[in-house]
Design a binder for this molecule. Structure first.
Ligand SMILES: NC(=O)C1=CN([C@@H]2O[C@H](COP(=O)(O)OP(=O)(O)OC[C@H]3O[C@@H](n4cnc5c(N)ncnc54)[C@H](OP(=O)(O)O)[C@@H]3O)[C@@H](O)[C@H]2O)C=CC1
Ligand SMILES: N[C@@H](CC=O)C(=O)O
Length: 434
């Protein structure tokens, strides 16, 4: 008998889960027209059934027992939006063993166990899609896997964490206080359960591991992503950046030169003429460069209830269409190429440095000589008195140099008797004018 409907087991009824239920219920007719099947939410897994929820009318579907979803033969598709890794991985693998298709927004899980989960899915002819795991509402994963399938991607660079972009934008535009804005981002549902992973760059690193794995078609482990967060960025860094014509952004970078790749997440001074400099608030953007296509850019909301839920429900539509066609299990291909990581002498960038040094004759000359000795040439230098008078603050921007030369120079610089403190060091990304 031809089936008329599919049933979904939803794991998680928080920010994203609530959005999923709202969209599935509000777009019933559109979803039916596109898939030919009625989509129903059959059960919802939560931690606490008594909790007060922003969406009512679904109380009878709530359960605290994951087995009621995994082993329910009437459920075809599991949507996992509860988060966590160790608690979630066995549930997803068990659901796949039961022949259920899986949709998840969980980058923590997919960045670490993505290959294992995709392989299990393939063995069981199940779909696993995770569009919402990177850049919320932006359809970037599908673009990498499908739209760029004919090209070879050489670079992906972007803002992939909404919480930190929200914080940095407010600090830059309004001079807002870091801790206050972080609280706002939590209230708006942008931040992770533990926001440390947002502000220390780990959330963005997980997304960059997923993007580079899919974009370069090589396995990229989370510990292969160089990570720095935003918690140490000061108002002075933002002010100096502005003075020199830059905005500070937490940028993810994945770059391939021949067969060698580098992947990183770090605060970066982005020149105002670069399109990423004007991506503000919770918005994310990813620039993708392909050998054949050249430069492209994807922009949209990177977090929040409905933007993230749209990505989840679009995955749902794909799974249901695949079910109709009987082609599940062929969507996301596990990486199939060999990978080599670049060493630091092959990673090149411009850098911004801010330091406090003794305000004595010849100090600037000493410092510039040290840079010259380490193959570093300078593009801009600002010197101004540091509070107290005995010290000066030096801010400089280098030309393109290798990471190895930078690290060596920083080592020597720290050892110099005139150096009081190296306050900050950020990558610099130029725009169209330079
Ligand atoms: N928020 C966002 O903008 C985005 C989030 N994501 C990802 O989506 C996932 C969900 O995020 P979000 O909706 O913000 O999270 P929330 O914290 O808002 O919601 C989590 C939900 O999962 C339930 N849950 C958590 N642990 C368990 C457990 N052990 N057993 C049963 N139920 C559990 C909670 O139950 P209860 O309600 O009873 O507490 C809650 O309903 C995460 O992986 C996150 O990284 C991805 C992109 C954007
Ligand atoms: N905490 C994340 C949510 C989406 O992935 C972010 O702020 O981007």
């Amino acid at each position: 008998m031809e089936r008329k409907s599919v049933n979904v087991g939803l794991m998680g009824f928080g920010t994203v889960g609530t959005g999923v239920v709202r969209i599935v219920s509000a777009h019933q007719e559109d979803l039916f027209k596109q898939t030919g099947l009625r989509i129903g939410i059959h059960k919802i897994l939560v931690k606490n059934k008594e909790k007060k929820r922003s969406l009512t009318g679904y109380e009878q579907l709530l359960t605290t027992n994951a087995d009621e979803i995994i082993y329910d033969p009437e459920i075809d598709i599991v949507i996992e939006v509860m988060g966590g890794v160790e608690q979630t991985k066995p549930l997803i693998l068990a659901a796949i063993q039961q022949g259920k298709h899986v949709i998840t927004a969980n980058k923590d899980l997919m960045a670490v166990y993505g290959a294992e989960i995709l392989n299990a899915a393939q063995e069981n002819n199940c779909d696993v899609f995770y569009e919402a795991s990177v850049a919320g509402g932006i359809p970037i994963l599908r673009a990498l896997v499908e739209s760029f399938s004919s090209d070879r991607i050489t670079k992906m660079m972007g803002i992939v964490n909404g919480t930190t972009n929200y914080i940095l934008s407010k600090m830059s535009r309004e001079g807002a206080d870091y801790h206050q804005v972080l609280k706002e981002a939590q209230k708006l549902g942008y931040a992770e359960a533990d926001p440390t992973s947002d502000v220390e760059g780990l959330d963005a690193a997980r997304k960059m591991a997923i993007l580079s794995t899919l974009g370069f078609r090589v396995p990229v482990n989370l510990d292969e992503v160089d990570v720095k967060g935003i918690s140490h960025i000061s108002r002075e860094d933002i002010a100096y950046g502005k003075k020199l014509g830059y905005e500070i952004k937490l940028l993810g970078l994945a770059q391939r030169d021949d067969d060698e790749i580098e992947v990183s997440v770090e605060p970066t001074l982005v020149h105002k003429s670069h399109p990423l400099a004007s991506v503000n608030g919770v918005f994310n953007a990813v620039c993708v460069h392909g050998e054949a296509v050249g430069e492209t850019m994807f922009y949209g909301p990177g977090a929040g209830e409905l933007p993230t839920a749209t990505a989840v429900v679009s995955d749902l539509v794909t799974v249901v269409k695949n079910m109709k066609l009987g082609v599940n299990g062929r969507g996301m291909v596990a990486p199939y190429k060999e990978k080599k990581l670049k060493t630091d002498d092959k990673k090149f960038s411009k850098y911004f440095l801010r330091m406090v040094v003794a305000d004595k004759r010849g100090v600037l000359a000493k410092i510039t000589q040290l840079f010259a000795d380490n193959h570093i040439s300078l593009a801009q230098v600002i010197q101004q008195p540091h509070h107290g008078g005995e010290h000066a603050e030096i801010v400089l921007v280098t030309h393109k140099i290798s990471k190895r030369d930078l690290d060596l120079a920083l080592l020597y610089l720290r050892d110099m008797d005139v150096t009081k403190e190296i306050k900050s060091c950020f990558r610099v990304e130029e725009g169209e004018e330079k």
